[in-house]
Design a protein around this ligand. Structure first.
Ligand code: NAG
Ligand code: NAG
Ligand code: NAG
Ligand code: NAG
Ligand code: NAG
Ligand code: NAG
Ligand code: NAG
Length: 482
C-alpha cells in the first residue's frame, strides 16, 4: 500500500512541466540571394524570434548570432555523420571547431546530430547513437553538457500505427537503435526531436482527414477524433502525432523523455497537384501552431507539458528542388518581407510582423539636380552602394533621371547603415519617409537591404519529406469519426 502514492507521483511527474514552451524557426539557406548572416539576425531580432535551428554550424552565422540572446540549435549535417559516428576524435574536433569557439557569446543550446537519419540515410543508422555519444562526451570534457543537449531529429514516419495514438510504435526495424537512443536521451536529460507535418498527413489522406483537423481549426464535437483506448479527444493532427510519439516511447518503456518538434509548417504555394498549399492555409496553420504551442496546453496525453516547436521555415528557399511547394515553406522572402502577415494578436510575442516603423530614405523634392548627382556619385562610389540595379536594362533604370536614381541609392545606403542617425542626409538633399518608394519590379526593401551576394553558402541538406502511413489515419477516421 505504501508504494502506491509513490508510484502515482512517478506517473504524474513522468515528463516534467517546469519549462514554458517556445517557438523557434528553422533557417534553411538554399536561396539564390541568401541574406548575409547580419541581415538574417536583423530579421530575427525585428521579428522577436528568440530560438533558431541551423542545419549546419556555419561560422559566420554563429558569429552574427553572438551576444544577441538568441538560442541556437546547431546541426551535424548528414554527410558528416559517418565520420563522427566512427571516431571519437573526429567528434571532439567537430565540437571544438563548431561549438566551443562560439560559446558562451553565442548561446548554443542543442546539437542536432544528423537529420531524419533512419529514413534518409539508413546505412548510417548503426553509428547514429555512437555519434551522439561521442559529441556528448566532447561536451562533458568541456563542461558544456549541462547547457547543450544532444539529440537527433526524426521523421514522424518512423512511428507506425500512429492512429489512434495509444497504439503507436516505432518501426520495429529500428528498435535496437531506438532503445539505445532513448537510453542516451534519458540518461543525458535530453529530448526526442521530431518533425511533424500535418500538411503531408492531410494531403495523403484523400480527404479522410478533415482540413480543419490539420489546421487546428475548431471541429464540432462529433467530428473530434477519440482514441478508443484512452478516451482522449484529439482536436488536431499535430497533437495526435506528438502523442503517438509519446506512446511509441512508452511502448519501449521510456516514459520521461520530453519532445521538441524540430520542424513543422505549411507551404504557401504549390503546383496544381498541391491545391492546399495556399497562403491562407499556411497562415492559418502557422498562426494556430504558434498560439497552440505558446499556450503551454501540451497534448491530451501530457497536458501542460511543453512541446516547443521550430517552424519550418524562415525563408522561402528558391533553390530547393522537387514540387513547387518545396520552395514555399518560408515565412519571409529573401528581402525579409513577410510572405503573409500572421494572425497573431498581442505585441511582443514572436513574429510580431510589425511594419509600422518601416522607414525609407528618399531624395528631397525641388533640390538642385547637380547636388543630387554629386550625392548619387558619392553613394555609388565611396559609399559602396551596389548601384547595379540602376544600370540600363536593370529593374530600377527607369525612370532614368537623377531624382529616381538618387532615391534608390540613398535608401540603399541608409538601410546598409542600419538607418543610423545622419545616414539619410547627403548634405541636406535626402529625407526619411515611411512611404515605400518601390515601383514595378524595382523594390526598396525597408527593413533589410539585400545585397547581391557573391558569397557561397553551404546549401543544407534538409531531408526529403517522408512517406507517411496514412492507411492508419484512414482506418482511424473511418472507425472513430465517420
Ligand atoms: C542561454 O539559453 C539558456 C536556455 O534558454 C538560458 O537558460 C540561458 O540563460 C541563456 N544564456 C544566456 C547567456 O543568455
Ligand atoms: C572521447 O573523447 C572524450 C573527449 O572528447 C573523452 O572524454 C572520452 O573519454 C572519449 N571516449 C572514448 C570512448 O574514447
Ligand atoms: C520499417 O523500416 C524499414 C527499413 O527502413 C522499411 O523497409 C519498412 O518499410 C518500414 N516499415 C513500414 C511499415 O513502414
Ligand atoms: C517493458 O516493461 C515491461 C514490464 O516490466 C516488460 O514486460 C517489457 O518486456 C518491457 N518492454 C521492453 C521493450 O523493454
Ligand atoms: C489555452 O489553454 C487553455 C487551458 O490550458 C485552454 O482552455 C484554451 O482553450 C487554450 N487556448 C488555445 C488558443 O489553445
Ligand atoms: C515605432 O517607433 C517609435 C519611435 O521611435 C517608438 O516609440 C514605437 O515604440 C515604435 N513602435 C513599434 C511597434 O516598435
Ligand atoms: C503581433 C502583431 O503585431 N500582429 C499584427 C500583424 O499584422 C496584422 C496586420 O497588419 C495586425 O492586425 C496584427 O495585429
Amino acid at each position: 500500500m505504501a508504494l502506491l502514492p509513490f508510484l502515482f507521483l512517478l506517473v504524474v511527474y513522468a515528463v516534467s512541466a517546469d519549462e514554458d514552451a517556445f517557438i523557434g524557426v528553422n533557417v534553411g539557406t538554399a536561396l539564390s540571394d541568401m541574406p548575409s548572416p547580419t541581415q538574417v539576425v536583423a530579421l530575427l531580432k525585428a521579428q522577436n524570434i528568440r530560438h533558431v535551428r541551423l542545419y549546419d554550424a556555419d561560422q559566420a552565422m554563429l558569429l552574427a548570432l553572438a551576444n544577441t540572446g538568441i538560442r541556437v540549435s546547431v546541426s551535424v549535417p548528414n554527410e558528416q555523420l559517418l565520420g563522427i559516428g566512427q571516431s571519437n576524435a573526429t567528434a571532439a574536433n567537430w565540437v571544438a571547431r563548431n561549438v566551443i569557439v562560439h560559446v558562451p557569446a553565442t548561446n548554443i543550446t542543442a546539437i542536432a546530430v544528423g537529420s531524419e537519419v533512419l529514413t534518409t540515410i539508413p546505412n548510417a543508422a548503426p553509428v547514429l547513437v555512437s555519434a551522439l555519444k561521442f559529441i556528448h562526451s566532447a561536451l562533458v570534457a568541456s563542461n558544456l553538457d549541462g547547457q547543450i543537449k544532444v539529440s537527433t531529429p526524426h521523421s514522424s514516419s518512423i512511428i507506425l500505427d500512429s492512429f489512434p495514438p495509444s497504439q503507436a510504435f516505432f518501426n520495429r526495424t529500428w528498435d535496437p537503435v531506438m532503445v539505445s537512443l532513448l537510453k542516451f536521451l534519458q540518461s543525458t536529460g535530453s529530448y526526442l526531436m521530431l518533425n511533424v507535418y500535418p500538411y503531408y498527413d492531410y494531403m495523403q489522406s484523400n480527404g479522410v482527414i478533415p482540413l480543419d483537423y490539420a489546421l487546428f481549426r475548431p471541429l464540432p464535437p462529433n467530428k473530434e477524433a477519440v482514441d478508443a483506448n484512452t478516451l482522449l479527444h484529439y482536436t488536431n493532427v499535430f497533437d495526435a502525432v506528438v502523442d503517438a510519439a509519446y506512446f511509441a516511447m512508452s511502448y519501449l518503456n521510456f516514459t520521461n523523455i520530453p519532445i521538441v518538434v524540430t520542424e513543422s509548417g505549411w507551404p504557401s504555394e504549390g503546383d496544381s497537384n498541391e491545391p492546399y498549399a495556399t497562403i491562407d492555409n499556411a497562415n492559418t496553420y502557422n498562426s494556430n501552431l504558434i498560439r497552440h504551442v505558446l499556450n503551454n496546453s501540451g497534448t491530451p496525453k501530457h497536458p501542460g507539458i511543453a512541446v516547443s516547436t521550430y517552424i519550418y521555415e524562415l525563408y522561402n528557399e528558391d533553390l530547393r528542388t522537387g514540387p513547387v511547394s518545396e520552395k514555399k515553406w518560408g515565412l519571409f522572402d529573401a528581402n525579409g518581407v513577410p510572405v503573409y502577415v500572421l494572425h497573431l494578436t498581442g505585441a511582443g510575442t514572436v513574429l510580431a510582423n510589425d511594419t509600422t516603423n518601416q522607414t525609407f530614405c528618399v531624395s528631397k523634392e525641388g533640390v538642385d539636380p547637380k547636388m543630387l548627382q554629386a550625392a548619387l556619385d558619392w553613394a555609388c562610389g565611396p559609399g559602396k552602394v551596389d548601384c547595379s540595379p540602376l544600370l540600363q536594362g536593370q529593374p530600377c533604370y527607369e525612370p532614368d533621371n537623377v531624382v529616381a536614381h538618387s532615391t534608390y541609392a540613398f535608401n540603399a545606403y541608409f538601410q546598409e547603415m542600419d538607418k543610423s542617425p545622419g545616414t539619410c542626409d547627403f548634405k541636406g538633399v535626402a529625407t526619411i519617409t515611411t512611404t515605400d518608394p518601390s515601383y514595378g519590379s524595382c523594390r526598396f526593401p525597408g527593413r533589410y537591404y539585400s545585397k547581391l551576394l557573391n558569397q557561397i553558402f553551404l546549401i543544407n541538406i534538409v531531408p526529403y519529406f517522408l512517406i507517411f502511413h496514412l492507411n492508419i489515419f484512414l482506418s482511424f477516421f473511418s472507425l472513430l469519426v465517420f
